[in-house]
Design a protein around this ligand. Structure first.
Ligand SMILES: CC(C)(COP(=O)(O)OP(=O)(O)OC[C@H]1O[C@@H](n2cnc3c(N)ncnc32)[C@H](O)[C@@H]1OP(=O)(O)O)[C@@H](O)C(=O)NCCC(=O)NCCS
Length: 151
Protein backbone atom coordinates (compact mmCIF):
# COMPACT_ATOMS: atom_id res chain seq x y z
CA UNK A 1 0.00 0.00 0.00
CA UNK A 2 1.39 3.42 -0.98
CA UNK A 3 0.16 6.47 0.93
CA UNK A 4 0.93 10.04 -0.08
CA UNK A 5 -0.18 13.57 0.76
CA UNK A 6 -0.26 16.07 -2.07
CA UNK A 7 -1.94 19.43 -2.72
CA UNK A 8 -5.45 19.23 -4.17
CA UNK A 9 -5.66 19.77 -7.94
CA UNK A 10 -8.58 20.68 -10.22
CA UNK A 11 -8.25 17.29 -11.93
CA UNK A 12 -9.46 15.71 -8.64
CA UNK A 13 -12.96 17.24 -8.96
CA UNK A 14 -14.81 14.23 -10.43
CA UNK A 15 -13.25 11.71 -8.08
CA UNK A 16 -13.85 14.04 -5.13
CA UNK A 17 -17.59 14.57 -5.80
CA UNK A 18 -18.90 11.31 -4.24
CA UNK A 19 -16.54 11.66 -1.28
CA UNK A 20 -17.91 15.14 -0.48
CA UNK A 21 -21.46 13.76 -0.76
CA UNK A 22 -20.91 11.42 2.21
CA UNK A 23 -23.18 12.78 4.99
CA UNK A 24 -20.50 12.30 7.67
CA UNK A 25 -18.03 14.29 5.60
CA UNK A 26 -20.63 16.97 4.83
CA UNK A 27 -21.09 17.58 8.54
CA UNK A 28 -17.47 18.68 8.85
CA UNK A 29 -16.69 20.41 5.60
CA UNK A 30 -18.18 23.31 3.70
CA UNK A 31 -21.00 22.44 1.28
CA UNK A 32 -19.31 23.55 -1.92
CA UNK A 33 -19.16 22.14 -5.44
CA UNK A 34 -15.96 20.10 -5.87
CA UNK A 35 -14.04 22.71 -7.87
CA UNK A 36 -14.93 25.48 -5.39
CA UNK A 37 -14.07 23.17 -2.50
CA UNK A 38 -10.65 22.48 -4.06
CA UNK A 39 -10.06 26.22 -4.52
CA UNK A 40 -10.96 26.78 -0.87
CA UNK A 41 -8.10 24.54 0.27
CA UNK A 42 -5.33 26.78 -1.00
CA UNK A 43 -6.22 30.11 0.56
CA UNK A 44 -4.22 32.15 3.02
CA UNK A 45 -3.99 30.43 6.41
CA UNK A 46 -5.02 26.99 5.13
CA UNK A 47 -2.90 24.16 3.75
CA UNK A 48 -5.12 21.33 2.54
CA UNK A 49 -3.83 18.02 1.16
CA UNK A 50 -5.39 15.07 -0.57
CA UNK A 51 -4.72 11.72 1.08
CA UNK A 52 -3.96 9.34 -1.79
CA UNK A 53 -3.81 5.57 -1.40
CA UNK A 54 -2.41 3.55 -4.29
CA UNK A 55 -3.24 6.38 -6.69
CA UNK A 56 -6.87 6.84 -5.54
CA UNK A 57 -8.30 9.65 -3.40
CA UNK A 58 -8.95 8.39 0.13
CA UNK A 59 -9.30 11.51 2.26
CA UNK A 60 -8.24 14.99 3.22
CA UNK A 61 -6.15 16.69 5.88
CA UNK A 62 -5.67 20.43 6.41
CA UNK A 63 -3.58 22.59 8.67
CA UNK A 64 -5.35 25.88 9.21
CA UNK A 65 -4.88 29.06 11.17
CA UNK A 66 -8.37 30.18 12.21
CA UNK A 67 -6.89 32.99 14.31
CA UNK A 68 -3.44 34.55 14.06
CA UNK A 69 -0.77 32.15 15.36
CA UNK A 70 -3.35 29.52 16.38
CA UNK A 71 -3.04 26.33 14.35
CA UNK A 72 -5.67 23.64 14.05
CA UNK A 73 -5.86 20.38 12.12
CA UNK A 74 -8.93 19.08 10.28
CA UNK A 75 -9.49 15.90 8.27
CA UNK A 76 -11.87 13.36 6.84
CA UNK A 77 -11.44 9.93 5.33
CA UNK A 78 -13.62 8.39 2.60
CA UNK A 79 -16.15 5.91 4.04
CA UNK A 80 -14.61 2.95 2.20
CA UNK A 81 -11.16 3.70 3.66
CA UNK A 82 -12.04 4.20 7.35
CA UNK A 83 -10.75 2.12 10.27
CA UNK A 84 -7.53 1.30 8.41
CA UNK A 85 -5.21 3.82 10.02
CA UNK A 86 -5.36 6.42 7.22
CA UNK A 87 -6.47 9.39 9.31
CA UNK A 88 -3.80 8.63 11.91
CA UNK A 89 -1.15 8.44 9.20
CA UNK A 90 -2.31 11.65 7.47
CA UNK A 91 -2.67 13.70 10.66
CA UNK A 92 0.77 12.67 11.87
CA UNK A 93 2.36 13.47 8.48
CA UNK A 94 0.65 16.87 8.19
CA UNK A 95 1.52 17.77 11.79
CA UNK A 96 5.20 16.93 11.35
CA UNK A 97 5.22 18.86 8.05
CA UNK A 98 3.72 21.89 9.79
CA UNK A 99 6.27 21.83 12.61
CA UNK A 100 9.07 21.69 10.04
CA UNK A 101 7.60 24.35 7.76
CA UNK A 102 6.23 27.01 10.09
CA UNK A 103 7.07 28.70 13.39
CA UNK A 104 4.38 26.61 15.02
CA UNK A 105 4.77 25.38 18.58
CA UNK A 106 1.42 23.61 18.99
CA UNK A 107 -1.54 22.40 16.95
CA UNK A 108 -5.10 21.79 18.18
CA UNK A 109 -7.44 18.96 17.16
CA UNK A 110 -11.07 19.63 18.08
CA UNK A 111 -13.97 17.20 17.87
CA UNK A 112 -17.42 16.51 19.27
CA UNK A 113 -17.39 14.17 22.27
CA UNK A 114 -19.31 11.52 20.33
CA UNK A 115 -16.70 11.37 17.55
CA UNK A 116 -14.83 8.34 18.86
CA UNK A 117 -12.85 8.01 15.64
CA UNK A 118 -11.40 11.50 16.09
CA UNK A 119 -10.57 10.79 19.72
CA UNK A 120 -8.73 7.68 18.47
CA UNK A 121 -6.84 9.70 15.87
CA UNK A 122 -5.82 12.22 18.54
CA UNK A 123 -4.57 9.43 20.82
CA UNK A 124 -2.59 7.74 18.07
CA UNK A 125 -1.01 11.01 16.88
CA UNK A 126 0.14 12.37 20.24
CA UNK A 127 -2.57 15.03 20.57
CA UNK A 128 -3.22 15.13 24.33
CA UNK A 129 -6.60 16.13 25.75
CA UNK A 130 -6.19 19.77 26.82
CA UNK A 131 -9.76 20.77 27.70
CA UNK A 132 -13.42 19.93 27.38
CA UNK A 133 -15.36 22.54 25.41
CA UNK A 134 -19.00 23.56 25.84
CA UNK A 135 -21.26 23.40 22.75
CA UNK A 136 -20.72 26.32 20.38
CA UNK A 137 -21.44 27.43 16.83
CA UNK A 138 -20.43 24.59 14.52
CA UNK A 139 -20.05 22.17 17.44
CA UNK A 140 -23.54 21.32 18.73
CA UNK A 141 -22.27 18.88 21.37
CA UNK A 142 -19.60 19.37 24.02
CA UNK A 143 -16.18 18.91 22.50
CA UNK A 144 -12.64 17.86 23.16
CA UNK A 145 -9.71 20.09 22.41
CA UNK A 146 -6.54 18.03 22.03
CA UNK A 147 -3.12 19.60 21.54
CA UNK A 148 0.15 18.31 20.13
CA UNK A 149 3.22 20.35 21.00
CA UNK A 150 6.52 20.54 19.17
CA UNK A 151 8.64 17.73 20.61
C1 LIG B 1 -12.95 10.31 12.18
C2 LIG B 1 -12.24 9.70 10.96
C3 LIG B 1 -11.40 10.78 10.29
C4 LIG B 1 -11.33 8.54 11.43
O1 LIG B 1 -10.58 8.12 10.31
P1 LIG B 1 -9.95 6.65 10.23
O2 LIG B 1 -9.01 6.61 9.09
O3 LIG B 1 -11.05 5.66 10.23
O4 LIG B 1 -9.16 6.58 11.61
P2 LIG B 1 -7.99 5.53 11.98
O5 LIG B 1 -8.23 4.27 11.19
O6 LIG B 1 -6.69 6.20 11.84
O7 LIG B 1 -8.35 5.23 13.50
C5 LIG B 1 -7.70 5.86 14.61
C6 LIG B 1 -8.18 5.20 15.88
O8 LIG B 1 -9.57 5.51 16.09
C7 LIG B 1 -10.33 4.31 16.14
N1 LIG B 1 -11.58 4.57 15.43
C8 LIG B 1 -11.74 5.00 14.16
N2 LIG B 1 -13.04 5.15 13.87
C9 LIG B 1 -13.72 4.81 14.99
C10 LIG B 1 -15.10 4.74 15.31
N3 LIG B 1 -16.04 5.08 14.40
N4 LIG B 1 -15.44 4.33 16.56
C11 LIG B 1 -14.51 4.01 17.47
N5 LIG B 1 -13.17 4.06 17.23
C12 LIG B 1 -12.79 4.43 16.00
C13 LIG B 1 -9.50 3.27 15.43
O9 LIG B 1 -9.80 1.96 15.83
C14 LIG B 1 -8.10 3.69 15.87
O10 LIG B 1 -7.89 3.30 17.21
P3 LIG B 1 -6.69 2.32 17.64
O11 LIG B 1 -5.44 3.14 17.55
O12 LIG B 1 -7.03 1.95 19.05
O13 LIG B 1 -6.71 1.19 16.66
C15 LIG B 1 -13.29 9.13 9.96
O14 LIG B 1 -14.19 8.28 10.63
C16 LIG B 1 -14.09 10.21 9.24
O15 LIG B 1 -13.64 10.75 8.23
N6 LIG B 1 -15.27 10.56 9.78
C17 LIG B 1 -16.12 11.57 9.15
C18 LIG B 1 -15.52 12.98 9.19
C19 LIG B 1 -15.02 13.38 10.57
O16 LIG B 1 -15.58 13.01 11.58
N7 LIG B 1 -13.92 14.17 10.57
C20 LIG B 1 -13.31 14.64 11.80
C21 LIG B 1 -14.04 15.85 12.35
S1 LIG B 1 -13.34 16.36 13.92
Amino acid sequence: MELTLRPWAMRDANELRPLLDDPEVRTWTRALAPRDWIRSQAVEGRHGFAVVRDGALAGHVALKMPRPFEWEIGYWIAAHARRQGLASWAVDEATRWGFAEFAMSEVALIHNVDNLGSCGVARRCGYLLAEELPPSAGYPLPGHRHVRTLA
